[in-house]
Design a binder for this molecule. Structure first.
Ligand code: PLP
Length: 402
């Protein structure tokens, strides 16, 4: 039976070949990719990395070396990709989870104001599912307290808030080209430095970044053909069962390489960046269809968007009424061949590798835990069939029956 992948970027085998060949021929492919990314996000600098977490680790290391001593904590969203606290730890710093608002999936601004202190090096945003956080407020708070802000747009390439690109708020920005992101080279990422005081520090440090490893690149290239072939529903039904691919897994890993991105992969990222407006248009349209189809059901809560938010929706999230209801609905969607997901299994405060660093006990983290318990993410990619929204609606509606 066909199975709709939870997320992905529509690529043909020909696209993969053309993108890689362009990068192979042009040793400046990473430079052109970065020029495109810095233009999109109005950043003074952009550098391509082997992964988003590598970019984040490198960035936090440079910040730490240039900040006043004593600033060793990094405020991270209490519900986000486990790679974020892992990158903080790998940079020799301490992750400090900030609670979130389940209605908007943004940082809880009151809790953020309590946490941000003289030992805070940086604040990291989340922008999960390409939905812009309250970025102007986070930016203002960070600036007022002399704390760096890293706008994590790993899931939000192509999203905007007040006509400004997500990833372009604060001092630094981050994009990822991992498997389920807005564009994908299986692994890859980019770091942006907007302007002002940090540009000099990064210009002076970037020369220390090692170039991509040949073996690492070869392994990634080898996965690209299957990725392009198996994302379609007929192929995904087979590959999702292969445990070696680790599809949909969330791990707290500290052993990843920290290097630049191979020019070959940068060529493929560049090809997709040129198509970003079209990719985003399709995902927004599919998200819009899901939103309308689910609108009147009492057991579905849509995520509230900020005014003037233009999300990128690599997946479309909604919230179920309870953890139990979510379990039942996910099982129904799964039986119908729809790759819906509960996403990150736990709030970061409940991940032992993060909690080990100490969690402020004065706060309940009820918001982040509620997100972890109730979120359901739905596919939006170009391989989604026309009847997806109706089938998703049927799964939620069936859970209302006594
Ligand atoms: C994927 C992701 C990252 C890390 O990016 P990788 O390229 O997978 O290392 C960081 N933050 C968020 C919110 C992500 O979704």
């Amino acid at each position: 039976m066909a199975y709709i992948a939870p997320a992905g970027t529509w690529l043909t085998l020909g696209d993969v070949g053309r993108g890689l060949a362009a990068g192979w021929r042009d040793p400046g492919a990473a430079t052109s990719l970065c020029a495109g990314l810095s233009q999109l996000s109005h950043s003074a600098r952009a550098w391509a990395f082997v992964s988003g977490r590598a970019a984040m680790t490198f960035a936090l290391g440079v910040l730490a070396r240039h900040a006043e001593s004593g600033r060793n904590r990094v405020i991270v969203p209490a519900y986000t990709c486990y790679s974020v606290p892992a990158a903080v730890e790998r940079a020799g710093l301490v992750p400090q989870p900030c609670d979130m608002d389940p209605a908007t999936l943004s940082l809880d601004l009151d809790h953020l104001a309590q946490l941000a202190g003289t030992d805070t090096l940086a604040i990291v945003s989340a922008n999960l599912f390409g939905i812009p956080n309250a970025l102007s407020d986070i930016e203002a708070l960070a600036r007022a307290r002399g704390i760096a802000m890293l706008d994590d747009a790993a899931q939000a390439l192509g999203a905007k808030l007040h006509d400004r690109a997500v990833g372009g708020f604060g001092d630094l920005g981050l994009f990822s080209f991992d498997k389920g992101k807005n564009i994908s080279t299986i692994q890859g990422g980019a770091l942006l430095v907007r302007d002002g005081p940090w540009v000099g520090a990064f210009d002076a440090s970037i020369g220390e970044l090692a170039p991509s490893g040949a073996l690492d690149t070869a392994l990634t290239v080898a996965k690209l053909a299957p990725y392009s072939l198996f994302l379609r529903p007929s192929g995904y039904a087979f590959v999702r069962r292969i445990p070696l691919l680790g599809l949909g897994e969330t791990r707290y890993d500290l052993t990843y390489p920290i290097t630049g991105l191979s020019p070959v992969l940068a060529g493929l990222a560049g090809l997709q960046l040129a198509r970003l407006p079209e990719l985003t248009r399709v995902r927004r349209a599919n998200a819009g269809a899901l939103r309308s189809a689910l609108e009147d059901l009492p057991n579905v809560r849509a995520i509230e968007l900020a005014a003037e938010a233009e999300p990128a929706f690599p997946r479309y999230p909604v919230r179920a009424r309870s953890a139990q209801a979510r379990q039942r609905i996910l099982a129904r969607l799964h039986r119908d061949g729809i790759g819906a997901s509960a996403f990150y299994p736990r709030a970061l405060v409940d991940v032992p590798a993060v909690a080990r660093h100490g969690i402020p006990t004065a706060h309940s983290y009820a918001g982040a835990r509620e997100i972890a318990d109730t979120i359901v993410t739905l596919p939006t990619h170009a391989w989604c069939p026309d009847d997806l929204a109706l089938r998703v609606r049927a799964a939620f509606a069936a859970d209302l029956e006594p």
